[in-house]
Design a protein around this ligand. Structure first.
Ligand SMILES: Cc1cc2nc3c(=O)[nH]c(=O)nc-3n(C[C@H](O)[C@H](O)[C@H](O)COP(=O)(O)OP(=O)(O)OC[C@H]3O[C@@H](n4cnc5c(N)ncnc54)[C@H](O)[C@@H]3O)c2cc1C
Length: 471
């Protein structure tokens, strides 16, 4: 017999045994975030396999005032998919809603369920000779629903936009259990408030995304990367202008890696090495792509890099000739992320300022951090073409990880205040979740926070969706 308070038992009756996980060992991976910063507990993990089942789950929780934490691939970096520690909530995993419903090459669109892994969406598009351009380090694990809920950025934003720009329509389960099918694929629709856009980037606080109609693009027939060595951020930014002026329409990625971040990656991640005979102040990894095969882009890229070399903007550059060598360059970029994950306590910032202000931001923040905690290792890298820098700090050798973490709030305040002085954003692509909610209250205009609260209560008057996140 299942008692009224045996929530996992009731969920099993309603949704089937496959849909419910409540054994502590099996639940563990859903209760902790990717960085291990947040740990929560929950009554159960519920894994519905259809939008109607998600709707039934939402009604079940609404009737009992049980909080729901929507969860995709659980790769978010701000604790948005981790439940609270009191064990009162249910984690609603979208992992079983994982079908590609349709691919329409003529329309350059596809419809995917929310639990599809991003890499599978990319592959489904590629099989139809189309490109789904969203690409990020977690693409083998994160889900398209999570990408939409966080309005993910990644390495191709410069050319194709954020996730927001890639969504044509959504299927959403609202907080009262209504399934809103807005899976239309039109590119133009000026019929009032763009409500769908509110859901994109809402981090599970306004509704549960169960499927999406996505924009596709022509599949590139040539893709060419270059790694350029430069003296520092000023030259990296100058190279950006030069490249954009001359071949901007083909540039899909323009990534900055400080010399310090690369040095740390080489030190920490086995097998990481640079293709240059000496270290440099910074590096740029840029990539061009085109749907045509001829003429080759390499010649144009070499010409621009040649101009940059002559003009002392860059010191050296390599253009890999094979696909293996191209992907080795991207592994270097990924090694930076990995080194900062495993290399000890780090304090991370995901900020953006106008591209032209990046050098001044990096200088101002560097001076202020050095004054506040001398010897802190400052390891910035990121999507320079979007003005989005991961301004990450690792502890000075003389202090412990715990002591360094204790400095976190004050160092973060310093960085975010400088970002604000440049008119930037203190969370460019990772969202607010739990980690940045207080900063949003501190740094966003009160009128904007108040509007967010009103929108939240219009969508979710009972307050069951992702409590304590974002607003
Ligand atoms: C190695 C690595 C590299 C990364 N690189 C980038 C990068 O370049 N750019 C970038 O933007 N991010 C990056 N991220 C962060 C992360 O991958 C993205 O935020 C991603 O979009 C999260 O997707 P997810 O499926 O893992 O979502 P989760 O972590 O499961 O959830 C994230 C948020 O979305 C909500 N949510 C999830 N699914 C749904 C749904 N179906 N309906 C409603 N709400 C939902 C959750 O409640 C939570 O608030 C990276 C992370 C890692 C680990």
């Amino acid at each position: 017999m299942t008692g009224r308070n045996d929530i996992p038992g009731l969920l099993r009756q309603l949704f089937g045994a496959d849909a419910v996980i409540d054994a502590p060992d099996a639940m563990a991976r859903y209760l902790c975030d990717w960085r291990g910063l947040y740990r929560g507990s929950a009554q159960a993990i519920l894994r519905p396999a259809t939008a109607d089942a998600v709707a039934a789950a939402v009604r079940f929780c609404g009737d009992r005032s049980i909080g729901i934490v929507p969860q995709g691939g659980n790769t978010g970096l701000v604790g948005g998919a981790t439940p609270a520690g009191d064990g009162s909530e249910i984690v609603l995993s979208l992992e079983r809603l994982n079908r590609i419903r349709s691919v329409d090459p003529a329309d350059f669109s596809l419809v995917a369920e929310a639990g599809c892994i991003l890499a599978e969406v990319q592959s489904a598009a590629a099989r139809a000779n189309r490109l789904f351009p969203l690409s990020l380090g977690a693409e083998g694990t994160c889900q398209i629903g999570g990408n939409i809920a966080t309005n993910a950025g990644g390495i191709n934003v410069l050319r194709y936009g954020n996730t927001r720009d890639l969504v044509l329509g959504l299927e959403i389960v609202l907080a009262d259990g209504t399934v809103w099918n807005d899976l239309r694929r039109v590119r133009k629709d000026n019929t009032g408030y763009a409500i769908r856009q509110l859901l994109i980037g809402s981090e599970g606080t306004l509704g549960i995304i169960t499927a999406a109609a996505l924009r596709l693009f022509p599949q590139p027939r040539q893709r060419i990367a270059a790694l350029a060595a430069v003296d520092g951020i000023d030259q990296a930014t100058a190279l950006f202008s030069l490249v954009m002026e001359q071949i901007g329409e083909f540039v899909s990625s323009f990534e900055y890696m400080s010399g310090a971040a690369v040095e740390f990656a080489v030190e920490i991640v086995p097998g990481t090495r640079l293709p240059f005979d000496r270290p440099h102040g910074a590096y740029v990894l840029a990539e061009l792509a085109a749907a045509f095969e001829e003429p080759p882009l390499a010649a144009a890229f070499e010409r621009v890099l040649g101009d940059a070399l002559e003009g002392n903007v860059i010191r050296d550059a390599v253009i890999p000739e094979s696909e293996a060598k191209r992907s080795a360059l991207w592994q270097l970029r990924e090694a930076i992320v990995e080194s900062q994950r495993v290399g000890g306590a780090s304090i991370k910032h995901d900020v953006s300022v106008p591209v032209s202000a990046v050098p001044d931001f990096i200088r101002a923040a560097g001076d202020a951090i050095e004054a506040a905690l001398p010897g802190t290792r400052i390891l910035p890298f990121g999507h320079l073409g979007d003005g989005n820098i991961h301004y990450n700090l690792m502890r000075p050798p003389r202090i412990s990880d715990d002591e360094f973490r204790g400095h976190g709030p004050s160092l973060t305040r310093i960085v975010h205040d400088i970002v604000a002085s440049f008119g930037g954003s203190f969370s460019a692509e990772h969202g607010l979740g739990q980690l940045r909610r207080a900063e949003a209250d501190r740094l966003k205009p009160p009128v904007e926070r108040e509007l967010m609260r009103r929108i939240k209560s219009a969508f979710d008057p009972g307050g069951i969706l992702n409590r304590g996140k974002l607003v």
